[in-house]
Design a protein around this ligand. Structure first.
Ligand SMILES: O=C(OCc1ccccc1)c1cn[nH]c1
Length: 242
């Protein structure tokens, strides 16, 4: 998989080369290109934004600079990239989307700042490649870089050969639509707090049941709406009796 990130703060993406993702890059599992949007400006001030039509606060990122940058980065290879635009106004990003994107050959993340990118950039790009405007949460960041890092990590950890322990990618939260329950490790008692007996019982069926019950309880308490969208087969009659 090849990932490109367009940003006016390329240094913000340095963490992408750390640890987990760093290993994936070393192993050639993914290649990551970080590009400074200002490289596609032509004026002496290297300006990337301007005042919004219709008035209002803040600035909007210019279409011409973005258009040239996207043309250039997208053209690098024959595969058609999927363009991801992080924005508070986007479709919520979730594990389902992460799994879907893990199958892509190329992803380009367009990191907006200010009040966002001129909409025509997205409309024009959509004529040549799939485009998704995506939100990582209901809050406003200063720019899309942190959102891009978040989504890149969620996607890359799913690629075969990236995680040391692939099983954990399968059993992580949301893989069965429920939240993960609590986890414990040594020592058995710590500051007067003990590990639940069932986990030390060696009864694997009981452990499975207990973990599922804990996941259901936690989901019920913290994210009840996830129970509504659970596929019916996920909740067996035993769960319903809980
Ligand atoms: O703030 C975000 O993206 C940066 C951004 C992009 C466009 C205009 C303002 C800010 C964001 C919040 N949830 N998901 C993404």
């Amino acid at each position: 998989m090849r990932i490109d990130v367009l940003t006016i703060f390329p240094d913000y993406l340095t963490p992408v080369r750390e640890a987990l993702l760093g290993k994936a890059i070393e192993r050639g599992r993914i290649s990551v290109g970080v590009h400074d949007l200002r490289d596609w400006t032509h004026d002496v001030h290297r300006s990337v934004d301007d005042s919004p039509y219709g008035g209002g606060p803040g600035m909007v990122m210019k279409p011409d600079v973005w258009g040239e940058a996207l043309d250039s980065v997208a053209a690098d290879t024959s595969e058609t990239p999927r363009l991801v635009v992080p924005t508070p106004a986007g479709v919520p990003f979730d594990q389902h989307t992460a799994r879907r994107w893990a199958g892509e050959e190329r992803l380009i993340f367009a990191c907006g700042r200010y009040e966002g990118i001129d909409q025509r950039v997205i409309d024009d790009a959509a004529r040549r490649m799939p485009v998704e405007e995506v939100s990582i949460g209901d809050y406003v960041l200063v720019g899309g870089e942190v959102a891009a890092l978040t989504m890149i990590e969620a996607v890359v950890r799913l690629l075969p050969g990236v995680l040391g322990n692939p099983a954990s990618a399968e059993q992580d939260s949301f893989s069965d639509g429920l939240l993960e329950g609590p986890s414990y490790t040594r020592p058995e008692t710590w500051r007067g707090l003990s590990v639940p007996d069932v986990l030390r019982s060696g009864d694997h069926a009981a452990v499975r049941r207990w973990r599922r019950q804990q996941g259901l309880e936690r989901t019920w308490l913290r994210r009840p709406e996830l129970l509504d969208t659970l596929p019916p087969e996920e909740l067996d009659e035993h769960d319903r009796a809980l």
